[in-house]
Design a protein. Structure first.
Length: 138
């Protein structure tokens, strides 16, 4: 997919991913679940060069969490992205991008060993633990 457009709830921040594959993944880590009231569903556009903040960068607030940054809209509170500056790598909230909703596949669950027992996603996909080792037989 090319030039998929995403926006926060209030529309103050608009983001374009120049090029992206057709997959979505989730993160079950404690921080993602605490910040989002559940697992976060993400797309992985990669480096900053593949992302254009079309407008609203001034509305983005950054929360520094250990080695990463978590961006959200300071007006509506929408989760926007997770960014690792050391690796110049971004992951974006999948729900910002209407263009992927009926096209993407859900193929990966990260930090699966941290997932609470009260929810489980249907279907089979690759599952990695906090050490990024694959979990078999789930």
């Amino acid at each position: 997919m090319k030039d998929i457009i995403g926006r926060c709830v209030c529309g103050a921040v608009e983001i374009v991913i120049k090029e992206y594959g057709y997959f979505v993944y989730t993160c079950h880590c404690d921080t993602c679940r605490r910040m989002n009231s559940g697992p976060v569903l993400s797309v992985d556009p990669g480096p900053k060069e593949n992302i254009v903040f079309k407008h609203g960068e001034e509305a983005i607030t950054i929360y520094h969490d250990e080695e990463v940054e978590r961006g959200f809209c300071s007006i509506c509170g929408s989760t926007l992205f997770w960014h690792n500056p050391a690796e110049n790598h971004y992951c974006m909230n999948a729900e910002l991008f209407d263009g992927i909703i009926n096209k993407a596949t859900f193929n990966l669950e990260l930090f699966y060993d941290m997932k609470p027992a009260y929810y489980t996603f249907a279907g089979k996909r690759k599952k990695l633990d906090r050490r990024f080792k694959e979990i078999k037989n789930e």
